[in-house]
Design a binder for this molecule. Structure first.
Ligand code: HAM
Length: 414
């Protein structure tokens, strides 16, 4: 037997209604915030991510699915959405669009990680990216959109916010951090030893217990913010308060991607264990320029749909089934079955989901099948019904039975 590759999953017919439910909520909330959908390719030239996400990140260093195509080009399956959207923004001259440009996406992502609950090698992100505004109000709006969406799904989360400043304030902070860490390098993991010279900020994100202990007393980035960055952070907090969105400040949140500046945030759930971050995002004012575009700022977030569904399942959120069949119609005998076939065509064309037999099942087996697929109504055409131009219709929930004239059937079912 051939199985799916490790870390990937089928979405089976019996569970796809859950995805559709989440996707419909995404379309609804983004419409409310004036955010339009963008779709970009599943793979990109590798530089999009090495330049975009950054070459000191785990994503770029360890996790990308990169290969040479038959034309000897280095291609990478998207490990995330942001860098691709930034590439598309530049390539399609979106700087000439009315600003801010607000976009959302639902996309497969690929990361070669160790699979566990809530962590896959192929997963799907719902993300939002907004370009062209430096105002903290737009950072707040992204956070509020994500929060409203999670509320709609019934997912309870904690919002953690931080500011990691701009290039300028980070220089002073990196010096202070290195100063603090220098004497403790011995106790740190090999990855952090490497990070020490390449990107010390990333050490704050380490999950190794030794490093975590050392980081506890590290200096806080918030004490090193320049005036512009600290004003921005204060404004963000004010907007969140105006929106009555509760938050905690966590100065250890630095995120695992290199493009962030100023605002960073995460929504965390405590119901799925280690992989509790359902949503992460922040501001990235240098990304478009780093990828060869103009000096245009950006802010956004992404959440993992599989992780969201896992949280919803663990906390017992009921998702209404939208894949129910309204009507199962069966004919007893050849002519009656043909009539059922004909009526089904008309009913479906008029918006009533209808199923008929294609398995040559007995009447009893057909009733059983109708029950199994949860049909709301079951109709029978026997010889009497055929002769009198009626269908015997049973409403399954109440058991109520009625003979309905064929010309009235559509109206009855609607
Ligand atoms: P990220 O934190 O790497 O950020 O991923 C965002 C979300 O994707 C995570 O919070 C998680 O829910 C989900 N996720 C990440 N890796 C996996 C995985 N292996 N399996 C399942 N779910 C996963 C970004 O990707 C940024 N592009 C977010 C962003 C958008 N920042 C600004 N705009």
């Amino acid at each position: 037997m051939i199985n799916v590759p490790k870390g990937t999953k089928d979405c089976l017919p019996e569970e796809s209604y859950k995805w559709q439910f989440v996707e419909e909520k995404i379309r609804k909330i983004t419409r409310n915030f004036g955010v339009k959908e963008i779709r970009t390719p599943t793979f990109e030239h590798t530089e999009v991510f090495t330049h975009g996400v950054g070459d000191t990140t785990d994503i770029v260093n360890k996790e990308m699915y990169t290969f040479l195509d038959k034309g000897n080009r280095s291609i990478t399956l998207k490990p995330e959405g942001t860098a691709s959207i930034a590439r598309s923004f530049i390539e399609n001259g979106m700087k000439n669009y009315a600003m801010p440009v607000k976009m959302y996406y639902i996309t497969p992502c690929f990361r070669y990680e160790r699979p566990q609950a809530g962590r896959l090698r192929e997963f799907h992100q719902f993300g939002v990216e907004v370009y062209g505004s430096k105002e903290a109000s737009i950072d707040a709006e992204c956070i509020i959109l994500a929060k409203n969406f999670l509320d709609e799904l019934g997912v309870k989360v904690k919002l953690l916010i931080n500011s990691i400043g701009c290039k300028e304030c980070r220089k002073a902070f990196n010096d202070a951090l290195k100063n603090y860490l220098e004497s403790q390098l011995e106790g740190m993991c090999p990855t952090c030893k490497d990070r020490f010279s390449r990107n010390p900020l990333r050490i704050l994100d380490c999950k190794e217990s030794g490093c975590k202990e050392i980081i506890k007393n590290a200096p806080s980035i918030l004490d090193y913010l320049c005036k512009d960055c600290s004003t921005h952070f204060e404004a963000l907090k004010e907007y969140l308060s105006l929106a009555k969105v509760e938050y905690e400040i966590d100065d250890k949140i630095v995120r695992g991607l290199d493009y962030y500046t100023k605002t960073v945030f995460e929504f965390v759930s405590d119901s799925i264990g280690a992989q509790g971050t359902v949503c992460g995002g922040g501001r990235y004012d240098g990304l478009i320029a780093d990828l060869g575009g103009n000096d245009i700022s950006g802010v956004g977030f992404a959440m993992g749909i599989e992780r969201l569904l896992l949280v919803m399942e663990n906390i017992g959120v009921e998702i209404e089934r939208t894949d129910k069949v309204k009507f199962y119609l069966l004919g007893i005998g050849e002519e009656e079955s043909k009539k059922a076939f004909e009526l089904a065509i008309n009913l479906r064309a008029n918006g009533v989901s209808t199923e008929i037999d294609h398995m040559n099942r007995s009447v009893k087996a057909q009733f059983k099948y109708a029950d199994k697929i949860n049909a709301e109504f079951v109709g029978v055409i026997g010889s009497d019904e055929l002769a009198n131009g009626v269908v015997s219709v049973k409403e399954m929930a109440t058991g109520k039975e009625q003979k309905v004239k064929i010309e009235n059937l559509l109206e009855y079912l609607l």
